[in-house]
Design a protein around this ligand. Structure first.
Ligand code: XLS
Ligand code: NI
Ligand code: NI
Length: 435
């Protein structure tokens, strides 16, 4: 045991009336919600990078956190792993997520970096065995090192493409070894700063080829998890190719990968793209590519991916409702790709932040489940689209009616559509009954 958390006790469920800041008021992992344990509905994951690798820097200043594993080599990496698993235990969170470079230092060569990663993977294997914790997903950091400044798969230099392939193979191998439920590719710097130096047609081809290579490799090694892309519209590049769910779907279709790859939707990225979180989930579900969620939100004023812990229950309820309507998670889960504010120095802050985030998601789950059980939304939708059950209507969509026949139908029957209320305020009020 490290002494990092200074004896903070495991967090327990104490019910909605508890005033204990380090207790769950809603997250009661064995409680059944829509027939599934809360733990299985939510599948919470702690993100290694923000909680253990990030140093508290911003564009105006560097490190604010003083963690005993900063600045060290492999020994520090081992301590970091131990502390991560201690936090999973304190939180009773079942999963974690990591980038290759969060967990082990980059070496002088790819071979050395990969050796470091394998060594920590072994340690993870032992810790997972001991604690029963699981890996929600692994990923490769293809954006921090200066070699990736012009992209990884979309780099003008083929050697960078190859280097990225080397990193992804090692990260996917590590994820596979640890029985990861998914493998994520976030676009990092796959995009551009200016079209003046960018051959977009070529870069998109490169990105499609890279993704196909990853999917082929997954099948070759027998990795059973889901490959996911995490859309984001900008930051760090001015324009990211994986802009949003709609763009990613078009891209997947173009490279015939829409049955192979799903999306990991991040709340803050959805907002940066000018959408809502629930929009991105609903669209992904409609297109059959909904995979998983990064639960972190943005500050609405800053226009940045500020990666804050979720703390708005009514907002989260709308996303959760769409997740449940999508059938809930299969391989996916709720990853806290969230970081503390840089003044939140204490180990206790890390725990409190996760407790709050988990509780908001749990409470949103209860509200969304209540909305589903009430059934008013389903009835309102069924009623709104009921006209499409008629024979003529169905014929327009799938039958042999051509445009002329449809037009004639209007004229011969003298059809005059009757506008009906969309009932938006009624439905919004209904949500407020359950949050
Ligand atoms: C960055 C992304 C990143 C991915 C993992 O904005 O959210 O953290 O989740 O590479
Ligand atoms: Ni993000
Ligand atoms: Ni993310």
């Amino acid at each position: 045991m490290s002494d990092f958390f200074q004896g903070i006790a495991p967090v327990k469920y104490e019910g909605p009336d508890s005033a204990n800041p380090l207790a769950f008021r809603y997250y009661d992992r064995d409680r059944l919600v829509l027939g599934k344990r809360m733990e299985d509905q939510l599948r919470f994951a702690v993100a290694y990078w923000h909680s253990f690798a990030w140093e508290g820097g911003d564009p105006f200043g560097g490190r604010t956190f003083l963690r005993p594993w900063f600045d060290g080599g492999m020994e520090a990496a081992r301590l970091k792993a131990e502390v991560c698993f201690e936090m999973l235990d304190i939180l009773d969170a079942p999963f974690f997520t990591f980038h290759d470079r969060d967990v082990a230092p980059e070496g002088q060569s790819l071979a050395e970096s990969n050796r470091n990663l394998r060594e920590i993977t072994d340690i993870f294997g032992e810790l997972m065995e001991k604690t029963g914790k699981k890996l929600l997903w692994g990923t490769a950091n293809l954006f921090s090192n200066r070699r990736y400044m012009s992209g990884a798969a979309t780099n003008p230099d083929p050697e960078v493409f190859a280097y990225a392939a080397g990193q992804v193979r090692a990260a996917l191998d590590a994820t596979h070894r640890l029985g990861g439920a998914n493998y994520v590719l976030w676009g990092g710097r796959e995009g551009y700063e200016t079209l003046l130096n960018t051959d977009m047609e070529r870069e998109l081809e490169q990105l499609g080829r890279f993704l196909s290579l990853v999917v082929d490799y997954k099948h070759r090694v027998g990795f059973q998890g889901t490959i996911m892309i995490e859309p984001k519209p900008q930051e760090p590049t001015k324009h990211q190719y994986d802009y949003d769910v709609a763009s990613v779907y078009g891209f997947l279709r173009r490279f015939e990968l829409e049955k192979e790859v799903k999306v990991n939707i991040e709340v803050g990225h959805a907002v940066l793209a000018g959408h809502s979180f629930e929009h991105e989930i609903a669209l992904a579900s409609a297109l059959g590519i909904f995979g998983s969620v990064d639960a972190n939100r943005n500050d609405y004023q800053s226009g940045w991916d500020t990666d804050q812990f979720p703390n708005n229950h009514p907002e989260m309820t709308l996303g959760m409702y769409q997740i449940l309507k999508a059938g809930g998670f299969y391989d996916g889960g709720f990853n806290f790709d969230s970081k503390l504010r840089r003044q939140s120095l204490d180990p206790e802050d890390l725990i409190a932040a996760h407790v709050g985030g988990m509780d908001v998601c749990a409470r949103a789950l209860l509200s969304a489940a209540a909305l589903i059980e009430d059934g008013s939304f389903d009835r309102a939708l069924a009623d709104r689209y009921a006209g499409w059950d008629d024979t003529e209507a169905r014929n327009m969509l799938g039958g042999d009616a051509d445009l002329g026949a449809i037009a004639d139908w209007v004229e011969t029957e003298g059809i005059e559509p009757e506008p009906r209320s969309g009932k938006q305020e009624m439905l919004e009020n209904l949500v407020n009954r359950f949050v």
